[in-house]
Design a protein. Structure first.
Length: 134
């Protein structure tokens, strides 16, 4: 089994696509006005309109209601990413800081309130085998 994508359900696809395009530097693929994908070498972030939820079942997903998932993005330099993104960040959780498990990490929330972690391993050797947490 392979994880194909992580999908975020939102009431505003364009706003979230614009945000994650800035975070990842990846050009989105718009498969439909209600759906987009941002494909990276290691995974795909899908963004779907809340208008697609009824096709999956009544009330199975709710936009902007997540408080349990963290989206982790490995970046070359957390401090450079912070400097680049600072003008567009509206909800900074924590500025870059060194974590006890060996990462330098920046925490923010996307426009829907989902927690996003940008991280870089502190040890150059660990960059080949990054981990998001212990």
């Amino acid at each position: 089994m392979n994880l194909s994508a992580t999908r975020i359900v939102t009431d505003d696809v364009d706003r979230l696509v614009t945000f994650y395009e800035a975070v990842t530097g990846t050009t989105p693929t718009r498969l439909h006005e209600l759906f987009a994908e941002l494909r990276t070498p290691t995974g795909t972030l899908a963004i779907a309109s809340s208008r697609t939820v009824p096709a999956m079942g009544s009330g199975v997903a709710e936009a902007g209601a997540n408080r349990s998932v963290v989206l982790d993005f490995l970046v070359d330099d957390v401090d450079a990413a912070y400097a680049r993104l600072r003008p567009v960040l509206t909800d900074l959780v924590r500025e870059p800081a060194d974590m006890p498990w060996g990462n330098r990490s920046l925490l923010l929330r996307d426009p829907d309130g989902n927690l996003v972690n940008l991280f870089t391993p502190l040890d150059a050797a660990a960059r080949d085998k990054p981990t998001t947490a212990p």
